[in-house]
Design a protein around this ligand. Sequence first.
Ligand SMILES: [Zn+2]
Length: 225
Amino acid sequence: MPVQTLLPDMLSGLSDEVLGCMELRQDPLFHKIPPEKISYYVHESLQAGRSAAAAYKDLGIRDMCRDAGLRYEITEASGKFHKVSFRAQIDFSKTPPEIILYASSLKEMQMVCQEILGEQSSGAETDIDLLVDIHLAHEFYHWLEYKEQSFTNERLEEIEVFKLGPWTRRSSVVQCCEIAAHAFCKELLGLPYMPNLLDYAYLIEEKQLSAEDFMQQITTCKLWI
Ligand SMILES: [Zn+2]
């Protein structure tokens, strides 16, 4: 029985830009980004992910991983480290890097799959397969950045984080890599929404985020984008 966490009218208007902005808000330096620059970081990051995906059109993510020599492992180990829960990670200390997917974490997400992914979701078994693909595609983008030593945040303008007289400290916006990875994943797999929506649906379902708070954040993002 699929759950109905997000009502259809909540799903309308959840464009890539809005969900990209939601991701940008997670950046530890988000408050330092001038509001008029928000759409720049969102648009450029989305574009980086989409154009990277265009090079792989019609190739399956599992074949892409195999061809790239990237191994992946689905582990039963907990993805919780210092109270932060991971669904997937890429271990760059291995050669070639290895993608680790956390089974328990993916299973938690299964229940919100159908309402978000619509017809691409067609039962428990295939949902897990699709969730594996989603997380592989996301990590594949990070691997591309690593392989080319060209990280999305470093390709974009830095923001001013501190200024004292003539001395200015600047920093890149790290969350841009996440926006690009979501856009890469959406484009590659033909998903109806940016995949970070799954995380929000899960948090709402688990009552860790209220639907009202979520909608409030969406409304704020729509003003910036
Ligand atoms: Zn990531």
